[in-house]
Design a protein around this ligand. Structure first.
Ligand code: AGP
Length: 602
């Protein structure tokens, strides 16, 4: 997934392109580049690694011009090198691309037969070469671009810049989002409205298959059938303030620390002081027989936890699946199924594709997202805003605990609507959640010191039972994606069916186990680990520590918490373990290698 931007401006465009790319770095940061047309001449600057490297390059080798395109890359085809960095250029054509051209090998073969050579390993270069060859054959730039796009299979958001054309950007989208921003005598295009927020709040979202021609004073759009289309221009509410770290060393530290406030905001958005949970009017669980929840990564683990809540509290059958598997299973969809898609960014391609699979099949499509203007939000029947605030760090933390908080409220509301008594103390217990999360943050000093030994491990195992099993998966994911240490999450009871062969004194085992109904079972599994020399780090409450702390390598004591709130609370030590282990390893906490904040390719 990558971020693309284009500007037809009234001022030097290089700094504007870089500012927009800063807001798109969450989509990938393997390399970055811009191209401009200045006095008719097309030029490029590109750099490997983070955007700051491109900014440094532009200081030494500035690029003039008031028309330009830019790109921040997450490598799909071809290693992250300057040569493979976008914009790609062929003669008079420069292009930036988000997505994957699935038939690029065939297109390359055709171009090769015509004696056209390649400089890179990328699919995107093929797009530039194709367009350039059509211009050489006498086609006007817009017609050449249109004919090029017509030959592409796969997913793409494209922006073309043509030498000699100072007032023209051509754009096209299929499978990847693209927004056009209307300025005062200026025009912008970007992967999302967030990138354009500092310049305009007048946004036109291009639709699937749209082809667009931009000048400073006009936007012409043709739809997938080639007919002229009139796309709505709307004013959007977006916080265009640059988010900063508020004195924290990393965005991740800030976002972990923000969780009590973020969760409180999320709870208050749906639950009044009287404990009444209010959902959008057309969300009525009395008309729903089953729930299908689909997401990716951390958001998927939130769905896994919610499955326990909907089934145990609301007695509603729930299916959960990772988005990348879901639609290819081609699951039959029963009547009265509510499809719930959970996504922090709202742009995850796998989740969006799964949502589209459910269109016309599910009774209702609901999006739980942190970006109300996102693609998933715009394609849902009902949008449930996450209220987590901007989450910048690639590792999802406050979004995860806000997802859990809102999903728990949904399950409680579903039970109420279906006439099922709530667990003792609910929903009143929700009010204590922000304070409990605040208390659990206090464990960071102990975790920071134990992280130093964890950082030496080659393999780490996380265990959890019941609604804490998904937390074991989440803890392992956090650790993997931040410290690059191999980690696995298992259901505690599953360890003895094979994975216990991994256990020896070199393998730390993190056990997430509040003193709940399954605690004794988990203690047995812990004993099996310790009997084989495994080093157990037990995350539990005071009671659990008293009962099972002996013999463990370390005990991290959490506040006592009602069962249903435990998954939310125990997310914090899992996040802190990953964070401090990454610090001990010296990895890039906010932008770990090979990752991006929003995965907009399948
Ligand atoms: C979580 O820490 C990861 N960054 C990743 O698994 C993420 O949760 C996943 O890509 C889904 O992203 P989304 O919530 O924006 O859809």
């Amino acid at each position: 997934m990558c971020g693309i931007v284009g500007v037809l401006g009234n001022h030097e465009v290089a700094p504007i392109l870089v500012e927009a790319l800063k807001r798109l770095e969450y989509r990938g940061y393997d390399s970055a580049g811009i191209a401009t047309v200045n006095k008719g001449t097309l030029s490029r600057r590109r750099a490997v690694g983070k955007l700051v490297n491109l900014s440094d390059l532009l200081v030494h080798e500035p690029l003039a011009g008031k028309s330009g395109i830019g790109h921040t890359r997450w490598a799909t085809h071809g290693a992250p090198t300057v040569g493979n960095a976008h914009p790609h250029r062929a003669g008079s054509v420069a292009v930036v691309h988000n997505g994957i051209i699935e038939n690029f090998k065939d297109l390359r073969a055709d171009l090769g037969k015509r004696g056209i050579s390649f400089e890179t390993d990328t699919d995107t270069e093929t797009v530039a070469l194709l367009c350039e060859s059509l211009i050489r054959d006498g086609h006007a730039p817009v017609d050449a671009a249109r004919a090029t796009v017509a030959q592409l299979d796969g997913a793409f958001a494209l922006a073309f810049l043509i030498e000699g054309e100072e007032d023209l950007i051509i754009a096209a989208r299929k499978g990847s989002p693209l927004a056009v921003g209307h300025g005062a005598g200026e025009m912008f295009v970007g992967s999302d409205a967030i990138a354009l927020a500092p310049f305009t709040d007048q946004i036109t979202y291009l639709e699937e298959g749209d082809f667009a021609v931009l000048t400073r004073t006009s936007l012409d759009v043709w739809d997938s059938r080639g007919d002229k289309a009139n796309r709505e221009k709307r004013q959007i509410q977006l916080d265009n303030a640059r988010v900063d770290k508020d004195g924290h060393k990393h965005f991740m530290a800030k976002e972990i620390a923000e969780q009590p406030v973020a969760i409180d905001r999320a709870l208050k958005a749906y639950c009044g002081a009287d404990g009444d949970i209010t959902l959008p009017d057309d969300l009525d669980f009395t008309k729903i027989d089953r729930l299908t929840m689909v997401a990716c990564g951390t958001a998927f683990y939130a769905c896994m936890v919610a499955k326990y809540w909907f089934e145990q509290i609301a007695r509603m059958p729930v299916e959960v699946d990772v988005a990348s598997e879901f639609r290819y299973r081609e699951p039959p969809v029963a009547d009265n199924t509510l499809a719930l898609f959970v996504s922090q960014s709202g742009e995850t391609a796998d989740t969006l594709a799964a949502l589209r699979y459910m269109e016309g099949k599910a009774k209702q499509i609901v999006g739980l997202v942190n970006v109300p203007e996102s693609s998933i939000a715009r394609e849902s029947n009902v949008v449930l805003p996450l209220h987590a605030g901007p989450e910048i760090s690639v590792a999802s933390t406050k979004a995860f605990t806000c997802q859990l908080s809102i999903l728990l409220m949904l399950a409680l509301k579903a039970a109420q609507q279906r006439g099922i008594a709530l667990p003792d103390g609910m929903p009143g217990d929700l009010r204590a959640l922000p304070g409990l999360v605040h208390q659990s943050l206090a464990g960071e000093k102990q975790i920071a010191s134990s992280a130093r030994s964890l950082a030496k491990a080659q393999d780490i195992i996380f265990l959890g039972r019941g609604q804490l099993y998904p937390l074991a998966l989440e803890g392992a994911l956090k650790l993997k994606e931040l410290s690059y240490i191999h980690a696995e999450g298992y259901a505690s009871g599953e360890l003895k069916h094979g994975p216990i062969a991994l256990i020896d004194e070199k393998v730390p085992v993190v056990v997430l186990a509040p003193r709940d109904a399954l605690f004794e079972k988990t203690v047995s599994n812990m004993q099996e680990v310790m009997a084989r020399g495994g080093k157990v780090i037990l995350v539990t409450d005071a009671e659990g520590a008293k009962l099972a702390g002996d013999g463990t390598h370390e005990v991290i004591i959490m506040p006592q918490v009602p069962d249903a709130l435990a998954p939310i609370l125990y997310a914090v030590p899992a996040q802190q373990i990953a964070y401090f282990t990454a610090i001990a390893k010296g990895t890039d906490v906010d932008q770990p290698r090979n990752l991006a904040k929003s995965v907009t390719v399948e």
